[in-house]
Design a binder for this molecule. Structure first.
Ligand code: ADP
Length: 268
């Protein structure tokens, strides 16, 4: 058996403290890096539409181009984008710094699922898509599954997933809802599947990153996004102690999902 001397133990403690300080410094450095990156991203994202507005206005003032409705519309669209960016940034920064007040309430998974159907089915078909929905899967007959959610926020997440399905899926496509409770009866997973172009494998890990906007060709098909929608949705799900993810194969549609912890009630 090894005999520990006081000096050994003190030495161990000092080493542990040093390693903790190193880890903490590393963490601070990473935070500083990500803060700098965020500022760079923000100035870039706001700067691009600003420069383009200035360019059009300067050219009109210098009589290089004639003011016409098309130019004015382009300028107007850029101001809308800037506005959206500022709003989204404000929202994500409030979420990340815990300044968003969440109003949690218990609701049956089944009720939440039919709430999504009631809220979105009509809009989906009005916009020229086919709506499909599977029955809730995985809840034993004698049980009721309950989730604790801020319904307004969860609806916002669904709204984001469905707006993306609209943006990226050509009309006539299918938007399909699923909800499943896992075998351990610990989480329920809500899925929004679309029949759009899908996402290439290399981009999948990036779609929840701030300002990520896929490839340039798709941006042309779906202009005007801020690349913050999914990052905001992800933050909201994290506030629910849930997880969010995506599965997709190019050409085979995208399937965005979020999982929330559940509690079970016995009905017997
Ligand atoms: P935005 O839609 O404003 O670009 P999001 O954060 O909502 O920002 O989405 C990030 C990126 O993820 C999009 O630019 C797009 O490339 C990709 N994406 C999101 N939803 C879908 C979808 N349903 N189908 C294909 N690509 C998608």
């Amino acid at each position: 058996t090894k005999i520990f001397r006081i000096s050994d133990i003190q030495g161990e403690n000092v080493k542990r403290q040093e390693s903790e300080i190193r880890q903490y410094n590393e963490h601070l450095k990473q935070m500083e890096e990500s803060r700098k990156q965020l500022l760079t991203d923000i100035s870039h994202e706001l700067g691009t539409p600003m420069t383009s507005i200035q360019g059009y206005l300067r050219a009109m003032l210098d009589s290089i181009i004639e003011p016409n409705v098309n130019y004015l519309q382009m300028i107007y669209n850029k101001t809308i984008l800037i506005n959206q960016l500022v709003e989204d940034l404000f929202e994500i920064s409030k979420l990340e710094s815990n300044q968003t007040k969440m109003e949690f309430e218990d609701i049956l998974v089944e009720s939440l699922f039919s709430m999504f159907k009631n809220k979105f089915e009509l809009e989906i078909s009005d916009r020229g898509y086919l709506f499909a929905m599977d029955p809730l899967q995985g809840v034993p007959k004698s049980m009721l599954a309950v989730v604790s959610v801020d319904t307004v926020r969860i609806e916002q997440v669904m709204n984001n997933l469905i707006s993306n399905a609209f943006k990226y899926t050509p009309q006539g496509g299918v938007i399909h809802f699923q909800c499943e409770v896992d075998a351990e009866l610990s989480i329920c997973t809500f899925k929004v599947n679309d029949s759009g172009p899908g996402i290439e494998e290399a981009s999948l890990p990036n779609v929840f990153n701030r300002f990520y906007r896929g490839d340039k060709t798709k941006q042309k098909q779906a202009p005007g996004g801020t690349g913050l929608g999914l990052a905001i949705a992800h933050e909201i799900i994290k506030k629910h102690h849930g997880q969010m993810g995506v599965e997709s194969k190019p050409g085979k549609g995208a399937s965005f999902y979020f999982s929330l912890p559940i509690r079970l009630l016995n009905t017997r």
